[in-house]
Design a protein around this ligand. Sequence first.
Ligand SMILES: C[S@@+](CC[C@H](N)C(=O)[O-])C[C@H]1O[C@@H](n2cnc3c(N)ncnc32)[C@H](O)[C@@H]1O
Ligand SMILES: *[C@@H]1O[C@H](CO)[C@@H](O)[C@H](O)[C@H]1NC(C)=O
Length: 279
Amino acid sequence: MLREILFPWALMTVSALSLPVTIIKFLVAGDLHAFTSWSTFRDAWFAVFWINVGPLAKQTAAPNVIPLLQGRLKDGKVQEKVVSQPLHGTVLEIGRGVGMWTQFYKKTIDEAEKDGTAGPDTIYASEPNRFLASTLRKHVKTASLEEVYHVLPIGVEGLGNATASGAKIEPESLDCIVTVQGLCCIPEPEKNLPLLYQYLKRGGHWYVFEHVRNDESPLISGIQSFTEIFWKPMVCCHLCRDTAKALRSLGKWEEIDLAPPQGESPYEMIPHIVGTLVK
Ligand SMILES: C[S@@+](CC[C@H](N)C(=O)[O-])C[C@H]1O[C@@H](n2cnc3c(N)ncnc32)[C@H](O)[C@@H]1O
Ligand SMILES: *[C@@H]1O[C@H](CO)[C@@H](O)[C@H](O)[C@H]1NC(C)=O
């Protein structure tokens, strides 16, 4: 249990260490733009943090995220065979960071083409932090995904604005939404989650892998609330969101399969939910 309780503090330590690194990095590069406002600097700081921590986050998420997007997950458990519709059609990913899943998208598209099944054909990737963009571009290029992957340099709240996003997302236009540890970061979920619900087509799939509030242990839940006071400014995200409840109550769903992933302890400070909602 101690390990679980200390884990967020280890991440906050990495974030604290990233602060002087950020200052030195941007000073040395002569990129004074990073210092023009607190929120700009905050983005630069997060980018330095995430470029280091992201690969670790990917490693721990992949055993759930990959089967999730392949339609091989049910009730939090990875299945050997495909049990629900894999990622397909027009996809929107929220909070794509540096594009962790670009290689996987490329592989999925190639395999679907080979098998003659419906793979993803357009991927919109929303991310407001511009300091993640150059690493993202590298990942898109390495994966040869330029034709399919559309970088939207804006957060969820601006997706309906063509001028700001470059490609306006229309209501009922998406086959799939992907949120992988992204909903912990978006502002005003009570306003922005309904927007996402609206963008999804009837029958569309929302693939979710998010960290949420601990509902298993009152002790951990209390420590989580305390830790969040430091966590929010250090890591820029929320530790105690009840994302499953927020998603369930967005409107009518044809199917909801959301559960904790297998193998997480009840004392997890960063517990997850994983699964799919079908509109
Ligand atoms: C914890 S990171 C996860 C990144 C990525 N999904 C991954 O798995 O590596 C969350 C991301 O959400 C982004 N974010 C913050 N505010 C957002 C917003 N309003 N709309 C979309 N994404 C946002 C952050 O900048 C950050 O890159
Ligand atoms: C859309 O985005 C542009 C550019 O960022 C901005 O100037 C404009 O005010 C936005 N429009 C709305 C309706 O928010």
